[in-house]
Design a protein around this ligand. Sequence first.
Ligand code: FCB
Length: 488
Amino acid sequence: MYKFPKDSKLNNPEFIFGVATASYQIEGATNVDERCDSIWDTFCATPGMVYKQHNGDVACNHYNLYEQDVDLIASLNVDAYRLSIAWPRIIKEDGGVNQKGLDFYDRLITALEKKNITVMATLYHWDLPQYLEDKGGWLNRETAVKFAEYAGVVSQYFGDRISFYVTLNEPWCSAFHGYRYGIHAPGIADEASGFLACHNLLLAHGMAMPILRKNAKKSQHGIVLNFTPNYPVDESSIEAAQFADDEHTHWFIKPLMEGKYPSSVFQHFNNYMPIIEDNDMAIISEKIDFLGVNFYSRSMVTNGRQGKVSDTILKKLERAEIRILESDDVLEDETKAEQLQKLMNQKESHYLSVELQEVERTHIGWEVHPEALLKLLTDLNSIYKLPPVYITENGAAVDDHIVDGVVDDEQRYRYYQNHLLMVHEAIKMGVDVRGYFAWSLMDNFEWAEGYKMRFGIVYVDYETQERTLKQSAIKFQEFLGARKKGLL
Ligand code: FCB
């Protein structure tokens, strides 16, 4: 089982342990109960965009299997479950509320309540209704207003039954992968669009905050950001790494904490900056009760063209290129050429990526470097006045196989043990980390990587929908079981 020093906060039941998922990645049942299409349904249907053109139509069929999945969650002895609510299930195209969508989450939350599991719900984990994308999506300021209305509907209905409301999951991914690099839905590759989408997403968050507070007074309200800290490969690259952090980290956290965008990035990308209206920064910097931190890896930066990074993005772009090249579906030649050209432009505007040799990587190619989590947490804590922090995602993709009913995911449980130790250290060094959610409860639809990448602590056989606890899950079960019994 996982092990921490005797006096560690992690051994104390006050520190929340949970598992996380997201609606489009697990639910399936995309065509039932009047769910509307999301941008991911459209993106998946576009040849070349997603590995083997996989999609979320069935995924883990969680929409139908939620009861057994809640039993599974409870069996892990976790305190909390981080799920996401699908906007396309809740608000219809005519603006009306879809009661059947609310009913599903009601059934799910009721099942969790029966097992005494705390609910953290993300309102936007990337599944924007397609009807809003048709009007510009996150490039349209009106989408922020629509988000606040949707947040109002959910929070009025569920109130304090959801203990933690997360407005957005990783606006960096929604804005930059979705509208700047074009490798996630809706697949737009344009600098100005990336920054505009970001601003409108942050506005959406800020506009929703007072509504959530009013409707769910006893709940905590916050946002989840992803962090991939940038490290210089040598001394000549220090400035470049700092700039990359400004662009990819501080661009998102600084406006939330201080009501300002980093000026270095603003100047550098001057031509691409969105129009910021008078009250916008005050709306965005509305106080939050907690910050969710998603962490997987770090990124190596060389002193090249300033402004765009990173190893991780570059790898994703390369995989996207292969997907397009290998796509067997009838894709008009011109579209294929256009898509490749788009990727080429993206790649050329990046730093030359440095492939560190002899470092450990997970199946998805991300370097394993737990110390970067400790440095990230202590750095953020010294730069900003942080609210309480929850690690809302952390985990590893492993090429898992079942052998005689056992999935020995040694790399994953080592990854968890070593990253959790860093959380322990960070707390000792004064960072107020209150909880940790493993990504993910079970294998699921990994966006552009389809079902190829397995991040679950529970193995999913997609043919039979059978779930099998991997060794990493059994270790959570044992550790949290012992903790519950006061044995640590
Ligand atoms: C994060 C996403 C999550 C999952 C992990 C691996 O960026 O929030 O949905 O795909 O990466």
